[in-house]
Write a protein that binds this ligand. Structure first.
Ligand code: HEM
Length: 145
């Protein structure tokens, strides 16, 4: 049972991360598209679908399955919750979830042609999920503390 939950946790993580890495790329290209153009309208559809069909459900599944694993723990009784690596991982996952929330806000801003940021801003933001992901995976696999 535990191994099955872990497998689906990793599948959900892959889907979440794929979207979190792709969405800021769409924002970068969207910045360069003229407002009202066909390209701009196409980006709006792509961003909305990516957020609603992939990123949102994948994040919810990652959280539910991750917390379930943490609860079942190795041999349970508060599971992994007492472990330092999980606490550190949760901090990084909360940052990742915060960036997710900001991205949802920017999808809405682009949808009404009111994007508040530059291309350069989205290029920099693009790196945040990558850095969080590296830290999270190292903590989950190596469990250094
Ligand atoms: C949303 C909150 C999350 C919680 C509560 C959580 C919790 C857990 C727990 C308890 C395990 C089982 C560890 C084991 O059995 O060795 C696990 C495995 C794992 N998690 Fe998460 N996780 C979360 C999010 C994430 C995210 C965002 C990523 C990647 C970006 C991730 C990557 C992994 C990986 C790669 C494993 C497999 C580790 C291994 O088997 O060695 N998790 N997670």
């Amino acid at each position: 049972m535990y191994e099955w939950i872990k497998a689906f946790h990793i599948i959900a993580v892959i889907a979440w991360m794929a979207g979190m890495l792709y969405l800021p790329r769409l924002f970068v290209y969207h910045c360069a598209a003229e407002k009202g153009s066909i390209q701009s309208e196409t980006f709006k559809v792509m961003e909305r679908r990516l957020l609603r069909a992939i990123i949102n459900p994948a994040m919810i599944a990652t959280w539910i399955l991750g917390l379930w694993l943490a609860w079942l723990g190795p041999d349970s009784r508060y599971g992994w919750f007492a472990s330092g690596w999980l606490e550190a991982k949760l901090v990084l996952v909360l940052v990742l979830s915060g960036v997710h929330g900001l991205m949802a806000r920017w999808v809405k801003a682009f949808a009404t042609d009111r994007n508040p940021h530059t291309q350069r801003f989205y290029r920099i933001i693009n790196e945040v999920p990558t850095i969080m992901m590296i830290g999270i995976v190292l903590l989950a696999v190596l469990k250094p503390f």
